[in-house]
Design a protein around this ligand. Structure first.
Ligand SMILES: [Mn+2]
Length: 494
């Protein structure tokens, strides 16, 4: 017997709402209109916040500086859309870096548009309308509905918090169409629909480059954020040392998990996948599988950084003996890399060339490799047309650091690789990597990988090592590890 008082669902993607039903999408059954009505009524309105984003004034001046480089041009900077991890679940959203730099906004799908004006440019942040209890999506949309994902800032809340004019995202296409006759440039690669809707312009590349170049100098707000990210990272390294006894005989995942816990507790996340490489895995540059065994007698190479809540990331590497004591062979290689890093750090100063720390560190490594009998003639190896030491040094010594771990990548080469200026932050991270099956290396060194990496701020009169709180000298590392083990060991329940 059927109940003829219940109408059949008569909704679809094309007609998502009817008198009796609301379409819920996918395999989900249609939702009764009566339930939607009940779910979207009798909610107290949220109290408007009076908070303003801590970097709002910095973001405004960044927008102004950017606009000055593009007179008469409309600039379109999207943040990007959620990315699918599996079927209907997304990765946690991380805003596009240039967009975030210019707004501080972390909501997905938003687009910043800067239009030229008479003398002064005008910025508008296009924001999706809220799916709060005034809309049926509040309950029927599990990706955006606020019942499912929590309240977010809509058009009016974003205007208040980011101190910028806002407009509904739904109006963007119409507004861009009205600007069709002006020159336009867009940051490509973030929003496929927008990319397709705007004609490619030679200013697109220049816009990306200019943003990379603006981001080279870190203002005081950014420097404080980087200092915070480094401080959290230092704590994460100490956490790892304290947890080492429990990692012994288990996998590098214990190391990764302990560090990443600190990253989530203190910051937004890790700034990049943690490299927790024990033993010969340390010779694999991008070892992020972290599923190898942690053994007594190994060196552990940990390359990890906390990304703070304002998305600036540290990038620090330490190579430490799992047992708490370096073997003589490990110490010999370690001290060589340390000497190279000292020479690299000493070369960081305003007016120096970007390549100076690299050249200084690599020179030390080449001479050290010759002393170890691994290469014959360091001066010959250092010649541009030989470079044989690179079999063991593998990578460059420095990159810029900021919102992206490899920051300012779109800056033009002559500026990125040009003169260092006060406010730049770069890593100095020489390493030596002796593959486990490298017959050109004495047997006692095979399987040893050492990298030491610090984050260096260029100051008006020299440089400051932001990560100096983490010991680098081998004796200091051994003493620091012993100190950590005297403290209570965290019980990971493993
Ligand atoms: Mn690095």
């Amino acid at each position: 017997m059927s109940d003829h008082s219940v109408p059949e669902p008569d909704v679809s993607a094309e007609h998502p709402i009817s008198e009796h039903w609301v379409w819920a999408g996918g395999h989900r059954p249609a939702v009764p209109r009566a339930l939607v009505d009940a779910m979207t009524s009798d909610w107290a309105p949220a109290t408007p916040s009076t908070d303003v984003h801590p970097a709002a004034s910095h973001a405004a001046s960044r927008r102004e500086r950017l606009a000055m480089a593009f007179p008469g041009t409309t600039l379109v900077i999207p943040t990007g859309n959620p990315k699918v991890r599996a079927n209907d679940t997304d990765y946690r959203f991380r805003p596009g870096t240039d967009f975030f730099y210019l707004t501080g906004c972390v909501e997905p799908d938003c687009v910043l548009v800067i239009t030229p004006g008479a003398g002064i440019s005008h910025a508008t942040l296009y924001v999706p309308e809220r799916r709060d209890a005034r809309t049926h999506e509040f309950f029927t949309d599990s990706r955006y509905g606020e019942l499912w994902v929590g309240a977010r800032r809509g058009v009016s809340e974003a205007a208040q918090y980011y101190a910028i004019d806002t407009a509904p995202l739904e109006d963007l296409a119409k507004h861009l169409a009205e600007l069709r006759d002006t020159k336009m440039a867009i940051v490509r690669g973030f929003d496929a629909a927008l990319d397709a809707s705007l004609e490619a312009s030679e200013d697109d590349d220049r816009l990306a480059a200019t943003l990379g170049e603006l981001r080279l100098v870190k203002d005081e707000f950014e420097q404080r954020q980087l200092e915070g990210a480094v401080a959290h990272t230092v704590r994460g390294f100490a956490d790892v040392v304290r947890a080492l006894p429990q990692a012994l005989g288990r996998s590098e995942r214990v190391i990764e998990g302990v560090f990443n816990l600190r990253a989530r507790v203190e910051g937004n996340d890790v700034g990049y996948d943690t490299i927790a490489a024990s033993g010969a895995n340390a010779t694999v540059l991008h070892w992020t599988r972290n599923d190898g065994a942690v053994r007594h007698g190994d060196l552990l190479l940990l390359d990890a950084g906390v990304e703070c809540d304002q998305l600036y990331t540290a990038d620090v590497t330490r190579t430490i003996p799992v047992s708490g004591t370096f073997t003589p062979a490990q110490r010999r290689i370690y001290e060589l890399v340390l000497a190279a890093q000292d020479a690299g750090i000493a070369a960081v100063a305003p007016g120096a060339d970007f390549a100076d720390p690299h050249d200084a560190a690599i020179r030390v490594l080449a001479y050290g490799l010759a002393e170890l009998g691994i290469i014959d003639d360091p001066e010959a190896s250092l010649r541009r047309d030989r470079q044989t030491h690179r079999r063991y040094t593998l990578h460059g010594v420095s990159h810029m650091l900021g919102l992206d771990v490899h920051d300012c990548a779109n800056a033009r080469n002559d500026l990125y690789r040009g003169e260092l200026r006060a406010g730049y932050v770069l890593t100095v991270e020489p390493g030596l990597y002796f593959q486990v099956n490298d017959l050109s290396v004495p047997e006692e060194y095979r399987g040893i990988g050492v990298r030491i990496e610090d984050d260096i701020l260029v100051t008006a009169d020299g440089s400051r090592n932001l990560s100096a709180a983490l010991p680098r000298e081998p004796d200091a590392i051994e003493a620091w590890m012993a100190d950590q083990w005297r403290l209570a060991t965290p019980n990971l329940g493993l």
